[in-house]
Design a protein around this ligand. Sequence first.
Ligand SMILES: Nc1nc2c(c(=O)[nH]1)N[C@H]1C(S)=C(S)[C@@H](COP(=O)(O)O)O[C@H]1N2
Ligand SMILES: [Mo]
Length: 319
Amino acid sequence: MLIRRPSDIRSSEITDKKLYMDRRGFMQLAAAAGVGVLAGDRLSAAPAVPAPHGQKLTGIAKSPLSLTTEKPASWSALTTFNNYYEFGTDKDNPADRAGSLKIDPWSIVVDGECNKKATYAIEDLLKGQTLEERIYRHRCVEGWSMVIPWVGFPLASLVKRFEPTSKAKYIKFTTLNDSKQMPGVRSTVLRWPYVEGLRLDEAMHPLTIMAVGLYDEVLPRQNGAPIRLVVPWKYGFKGAKAIVKISFVEKQPLTSWMESVPDWYGFYSNVNPAVSPVRWDQGTEQRIGEFVRRRTTLFNGYQDQVAGLYAGMDLRKNY
Ligand SMILES: Nc1nc2c(c(=O)[nH]1)N[C@H]1C(S)=C(S)[C@@H](COP(=O)(O)O)O[C@H]1N2
Ligand SMILES: [Mo]
């Protein structure tokens, strides 16, 4: 079968070694994790790690759905080691370049198979929502992982409000595509805008949230401000950042990654150590800040909660 590869796909996408060789990223993470720096390395070589930006969210409820007692990654690791190709393909590009992204005002277009098609201001969508802390395991397809203390609310509450019709089987998420603000969209590494999708029942699952915060602060731009999707049993790329459109559709949407590299990226993208459709072996993962790889678990450890969604499905075919 012919594998279509974007001609200028970055080596950082193709080898996970790059992750550990990126000196700057490594120094930051080592510092963030409190790990000693190798002899001969000067700490001054690492840029200052950002402090929490001081835009506190209030009235956050603790959710019983955090389901992990692991310690979340530090603020600095979470905000300097990101994937956000609209700002470049290196992990520190989003932190360096997303700072001036205009996120206010922000609105989301809701269209397709639903009764409440409209353009909604983000304030309107947040009205009446209880913000919850959800500490989730995050597993990236490239093999690294983190524990992330999101603040958000169930996507199901929005979906109900928009009243999908009986024809709505999937939700398509479209994200901001603005070449004036996002230098990375000049690259052809992906077809822009970045598009992701979920089956409607996946979108309605109580673990699926829209995140607007990190720790108890407003979501930083590099993490997807003002609003992004988080689906903890799927690989990280499902978590579309800077969402500007939610479409209810009948047919499975074509996501940006499926379109670019269909043999590597499937629609479901459920974390599955037994299926490695992408170049990397998905059997193990490396927590940022740790030096020993751990075993990856089916559905990223959320099997008790989500396995029922896929009863009877061949997860090797539906990767
Ligand atoms: N719009 C957009 N959303 C995106 C991406 C992207 O390039 N553009 N990258 C995805 C990938 S590959 C991952 S792992 C997560 C990373 O989220 P984080 O940087 O907050 O950890 O965002 C996802 N959402
Ligand atoms: Mo990712």
